[in-house]
Design a protein around this ligand. Sequence first.
Ligand SMILES: *Cc1c(COP(=O)(O)O)cnc(C)c1O
Length: 410
Amino acid sequence: MSSQQEPQLDQKPLPSSENLALSTRLQHHPYQAPAGFDAVEPGVHHASTVIFPNVAAMRARDWRSKAGYTYGLHGTPTTFILEERLAALDGGRHCVLCPSGLSAIALVDLALLQQGDTVLLPSNVYGPSRELAECFLGAWGIEHRLYDASCTPDELAALITPQTKLLWLEAPGSVTMEMPDLRGFIGVARQHGVLTAIDATWAAGIALKPFDLGVDVVMQALTKYQSGGADVLMGSVTTRDDALHERLLLTHMRLGLGVSGDDAARVLRGLHTLALRYAAHDASARQIARWMQQQAAVAQVLHPALPGSPGHAFWQRDCTAAGGLFSVLFQPRYTAAQIDAFVDALRLFKIGYSWGGPVSLAVPYDVQLMRPSSHWPHAGGLVRLAIGLEDPQDLIDDLARALGAAGMAG
Ligand SMILES: *Cc1c(COP(=O)(O)O)cnc(C)c1O
């Protein structure tokens, strides 16, 4: 039964209110706000219980269909609107929301992998994604193998076995910012009938169109650019294929994943300024990255749009923008303590995880410790910078002052 054929809620009349006790009248009221209200932002709906006009409507509605509502966990007008908008932004047809980016990664793994399967992860994968594979998937009989994100498609193909069911891609890699040969890797996966999922958080639906490259599943941490406020945790999984969406939706339901209307409304609000913010982050980050590259203390700036950065040619081929994130490799003569002192001396850059928000952030990383199993050829320390929406010259002044304070100016 479609929602048009269902009776309106006010057709289920209340007993006359004089006969009702105060406690009942506090719960039930006959007033119905007039229809036809419209505003720029959709309403923020909060629901666990969704009310049906009658039993027939309750039985007829299907939780998998967006033609009606069944239970708060399966969606409200606020979350349906956000899913529609994100699917359109990614160039997909379906989207499911998850309470964090990491839970969106877990959803993809749990929906698409079974005991005996193997999943391939890039060696520079978002750390908690590898942790999930090591600690849970392994215990459930799902093997993971790491591949070098800078390898060739042939080298990747050599890792594929009949058990390989899923290839995770990340563009660029977390912290070390290598841009992989997405087209080559996706081509190899398709040849072998392996599903592909991309963590496209960095691209945010703007810098890269993964479905146009042939990817099956696009995952985003909306926590970053889509929210833009550094005050929401949310993730999304977008697909073009109906059957794949169905598998994801069933797993989403079985795991009881849901998001709050307030958080969905915050992300909806962020979407209005997403393109403007992304362009501002991008322009500032490139200016600051080029300045950093000229400092004597710096061995290399890892920013996919900078010539010489790993995978720069793939960025040029596949991407149209670059966002606000890059990492700085310092000369090996500086100790880890000196690099920490540089980060501590920053004033506008705050120390904190995540990115995509209004305030610039800096985090020192020990790549060797993060990835004990893969070869990292650089001896110097690394600091990841997330460029916020401050004036880039003020940020450059902050970096210059902090380099001086840490004895790294010359
Ligand atoms: C932040 C991030 C995530 C996880 O998002 P959360 O909402 O913090 O769980 C996943 N992948 C990448 C690349 C990220 O940067």
